[in-house]
Design a protein around this ligand. Structure first.
Ligand code: SAM
Length: 234
């Protein structure tokens, strides 16, 4: 059976590239975005009642990693990228039909948009459906997952003085919790597990309209070096 699905909306996110996005929602509560609803869902009727809900499930397309040939085995970054496991035992982005799911905080509802936080979604992500989180059914007491028992361990993040001054200034301009966003995302150490970071190597990722650069002055510690404003391309 084949069935055509059509997005109900598109996410406008703080994350402009995949690198440095947390692996799951809630890991960076300061990660915010807006789900812009598409016609005919943008008139208010479809979101009526959502004001009574603190969190929603988003079903979405991993639109940047869609593939024609389904993979049966994947190598999740969480396992260091060198262990191959069945695709259905993971939340890998490369998966049949390319469908992702995230529970995110619903901050505010407007007729044509939902304001979200704690997201793990790339800018431009097409959303296929929105469902209210139902605590009594969705929070399962005693549930276990031995492959993903706990959130990723956090590492220390500090700032070059100038970078922190810049970040605070941009936070005011954007009216966003930018310092917290950068700290929460980098604390999860976005670097691929197989790379041994050398202090002279600079890493970078884009948050909102800013290219943020950092390095590892020593193993297990990140220092934010600078932020550069860029023209938004998406
Ligand atoms: N919570 C979702 C799930 O379990 O289905 C996503 C988990 S997936 C491991 C999270 C990663 O997906 C993020 O770190 C980011 O790199 C990637 N990602 C987010 N939005 C994407 C998109 N639209 N296309 C491709 N990759 C995306």
């Amino acid at each position: 059976m084949q069935h055509l699905v059509t997005p109900v909306g598109i996410v406008r996110s703080c994350f402009k590239e995949k690198f440095a996005i947390p692996r799951q929602p809630h890991l960076a509560p300061a990660a915010r975005g807006v789900l812009e609803l598409l016609p005919p869902f943008d008139q208010g009727d479809a979101v009526q009642g959502l004001q009574q809900v603190s969190h929603v499930w988003l079903l979405f397309l991993f639109h940047q990693t869609l593939e024609d040939k389904p993979r049966l085995k994947v190598r999740p970054p969480r396992l260091g990228g060198n262990q191959s496991v069945g695709v259905f035992s993971t939340r890998a982005t490369h998966r049949p039909n390319g469908i992702g799911q995230s529970v995110v905080r619903l901050e505010r509802v407007e007729p044509d948009r939902l304001y979200l936080s704690g997201i793990d979604l790339l800018d431009g992500t097409p959303v296929l459906d929105i469902k209210p989180y139902v605590p009594y059914a969705d929070a399962v007491a005693g549930a276990r997952n031995d492959m993903a028992e706990a959130p990723p361990p956090l590492i220390a993040v500090d700032w070059q003085d100038d970078a922190l001054v810049q970040a605070r200034r941009h936070a005011l301009r954007l009216a966003e919790p930018l310092v917290e966003l950068i700290e929460q995302c980098l604390a999860q150490d976005p670097r691929p597990a197989y790379q041994q970071p050398q202090p002279e190597r600079r890493y970078g990722a884009r948050f909102w309209d800013l290219d943020v650069h950092w390095h590892y002055p020593e193993p297990g510690r990140i220092r934010v070096l600078d932020l550069q404003r860029v023209e938004e391309t998406i």
